[in-house]
Design a protein around this ligand. Structure first.
Ligand code: NAD
Ligand code: DAU
Length: 349
């Protein structure tokens, strides 16, 4: 039986990856290592928590001796590393938290994996999950490819870029078997309501202002989270060692157009007159260092591994909005406590 460590499995994307692996691979033992920060939530995995091939471990990837002991104890065959501080706005307030988890935490895992696999790297794999934000910002034209030079603009993207460089360096220096993917903006169920789509769904439900940064003419490339999890499964099993793959939705939206679309979907769902939710749109001070546009060229993973998104944006948004409307307890639980302080600091000046 293979032992696979998934870090950050209680978070948004991680929980979808854990669910997919636990359901699909009964021959694997899946270990979910998560510190349960504000973004980690075991409710995300309530449906699989009793599965025989699933183990949850609470722990912090920045704790070097804990990580060393964990690898010695369990002798993992593979690592899928998603644990991170993931929100750009929080990185602007507190960059060091991002350096600690995203850089030092990643290097701790790399050290433990290289030591464990040094004698027999055959069949082992360290999979680092990263972001398209490492490439910086695009103008009106062009797409990020796997060879686009790194040019990060926020403390978050700088910390992710740094971790990517460490992963590559461990591949070159120690011949660590790794794969790396850089993905565009995900959306879907279990997304923490600090990010644009779930924040705006929650604010529409609760009749709160929809804070659009700057003029709203910023562009993101949106991918349904389950399609990202499917891509991660494919790259983990079939990706070539030491290769990078870009993952994206072929689905660019200006923020303001996306917000208008979301408002009209929510008007329908909530039985409001058309245009009611859009009255909540409020233009607010821009995010410092705000990247104008991200767009991924996902042709390499498509051509080499046969991956492409399985749902349209319309279908994905329908599933997402329905999930939030059907899970008011989840929303209530994650928006009480620390969230209220964060919200006040970020939006109520
Ligand atoms: P998230 O913030 O929802 O979840 C992060 C998880 O990591 C949480 O469960 C948290 O408890 C855990 N964690 C944080 N610090 C930890 C630590 N020190 N030790 C152990 N666990 C810790 O993030 P997400 O949106 O699911 O993103 C997951 C990964 O995917 C990140 O590496 C992120 O950079 C990357 N990514 C995200 C997106 C996106 O759109 N959300 C897109 C591309 C790449
Ligand atoms: O591109 C991948 C990245 O996508 C991931 O690596 C990050 O972890 C993830 O958080 C996301 O980063 P963004 O900064 O693009 O996502 P966010 O949801 O924070 O913002 C999306 C866009 O919406 C961005 O242009 C900023 C804008 N925005 C966001 C918030 C939270 C607003 O206008 N108002 C808001 O309140």
């Amino acid at each position: 039986m293979k032992k696979i460590l998934i870090t950050g499995g209680a978070g948004f994307i991680g929980s979808h990856v854990v669910r997919l692996f636990v359901a699909k691979y009964s021959e694997y033992q899946i270990y979910n290592l998560d510190a349960l920060t504000y973004a980690g939530n075991l409710e995300n995995l309530a449906d699989i928590e009793k599965a025989a091939n699933y183990t949850f471990i609470k722990g912090d990837i920045t704790d070097e001796s804990f990580i060393t002991n964990l690898f010695e104890k369990h002798q993992f065959d593979g690592v899928i590393h998603l644990a991170a501080e993931s929100h750009v706005d929080r990185s602007i307030e507190d960059p060091m938290a991002f350096v600690k988890t995203n850089v030092i935490g990643t290097v701790n895992l790399l050290n433990a994996a290289r030591k464990l696999w040094a004698k027999n790297p055959e069949g082992k794999r360290f999979y680092h999950i990263s972001t398209d934000e490492v490439y910086g910002s695009l103008g009106a034209e062009g797409l990020f490819t796997e060879t686009t030079p790194y040019d990060p603009n926020s403390p978050y993207s700088a910390s992710k870029a740094s971790s990517d460089h460490f992963v590559r360096a461990y591949g070159e220096t120690y011949d660590l078997p790794y794969v790396l993917t850089n993905c565009s903006n995900n959306y879907g169920p279990n997304h923490f309501p600090e990010k644009l789509i779930p924040l705006f769904i929650n604010n529409i439900i609760t009749n709160k202002p929809l804070p659009v940064y700057g003029d709203g003419n910023y562009t993101r490339d949106w991918l349904f989270v389950v399609d990202h999890a499917i891509a991660i499964d494919l790259v983990f099993h079939e990706g070539i060692n030491h290769e990078t793959y870009n993952i994206g939705g072929f689905n660019e939206w200006k923020n303001i157009d996306l917000v208008q679309l979301l408002c009209s979907i929510m008007d329908n769902k909530l039985g409001r007159v058309a245009g009611k939710s859009a009255e909540l749109i409020t233009y607010v001070k821009d995010r410092p260092g705000h990247d104008l546009r991200y767009a991924i060229d996902a042709n390499k993973i498509n051509a080499e591994l046969g991956w492409k998104p399985s749902v349209t944006f319309e279908q994905g948004l329908e599933i997402t909005v329905n999930w939030y409307l059907n899970n008011p307890d989840w929303l209530h639980n994650v928006t009480s406590g620390e969230y209220a302080d964060y919200y006040k600091k970020q939006y109520v000046k």
